[in-house]
Design a protein around this ligand. Structure first.
Ligand SMILES: C[S@@+](CC[C@H](N)C(=O)[O-])C[C@H]1O[C@@H](n2cnc3c(N)ncnc32)[C@H](O)[C@@H]1O
Length: 232
């Protein structure tokens, strides 16, 4: 994802991850694209009609300038405001109904949300795609008493990522997660199994870690995943 300098916002750069993120946005939203970098998500949201207005932000001036250039090249400058600054601090409460934060570590996504509770609470939907530590994001959503309404999967460079849609409890309706019928599910579960086995092998080296509750739940999750993947 990184390493794009200025380029024309052609459709080939709008990859399946960006499309999957945009798919969670309600048509006609006022969206924030936090850490917009190249601005592709902002562009896709506007081109697809998912957003009527986007605030694209980035902490760093280089990416903010690239986003601005790509947005102008796409002819969308009247519908996007590019702001440079940290997380949601450059958004006023009530300015957006949908907050998208993608392509960052799970801890950073949580920090950005934690630092701006008024902006978060003035929105209706959070669309979050952590590059790592997805459990931190799901724990944070519970911590602030929001609900995970849906999870989908997207693949980038052979790695499958989870994308979370979180809503306030009063707007929550139970549905089957898109993830559960995704063609990427088996890849995602195999990837998770490998990761858990790596962690288990590391923990096995310490007698103390082996006797802890975390180790037991890890072993149990590994078994469940193996059974599931073997069709059991
Ligand atoms: C890997 S890019 C992801 C770009 C895009 N969101 C995507 O998913 O394709 C991460 C971007 O987040 C920006 N960033 C990092 N920390 C940030 C923060 N606290 N607030 C706003 N932007 C931040 C970086 O400058 C970078 O452009």
């Amino acid at each position: 994802m990184r390493g794009h300098s200025f380029f024309i916002a052609g459709d080939k750069m709008i990859d399946s991850r960006i499309k999957t993120l945009a798919n969670f946005v309600n048509p006609g939203s006022r969206a924030a694209d936090i850490g917009a970098d190249h601005g592709y998500l902002s562009i896709e949201l506007l081109k697809s009609g998912k957003a009527k207005f986007v605030i694209a932000t980035d902490k760093n001036s280089g990416p903010a300038e690239v986003a601005e250039k790509n947005i102008v090249a796409a002819g969308l400058e009247n519908f996007v405001e590019v702001r440079r600054g940290d997380g949601l601090k450059v958004i006023n409460p009530g300015e957006v109904d949908t907050i998208c934060i993608a392509g960052m570590g799970g801890a950073l996504i949580c920090e950005i949300l934690r630092n701006s509770p008024e902006v978060v609470n003035s929105a209706d939907n959070l669309i979050l795609q952590p590059m790592n530590a997805p459990e931190r994001v799901s724990d944070f959503i519970s911590e602030i008493d929001w609900k995970i309404e849906d999870i989908d999967l997207a693949e980038v460079g052979g790695i499958v990522y989870e994308i979370f849609l979180a809503v306030k409890p009063e707007n929550f309706s139970v549905k089957t997660f898109k993830k559960d019928s995704s063609p990427l599910l088996a890849n995602f579960l195999n990837q998770r199994l490998k990761k858990l086995i790596r962690v288990r092998n590391e923990m096995s080296k310490s007698a103390r870690a082996r006797s802890g509750e975390k180790f037991l739940s890890l072993v149990s999750e590994i078994e469940k995943l193996k059974n599931f993947l073997n069709g059991g």
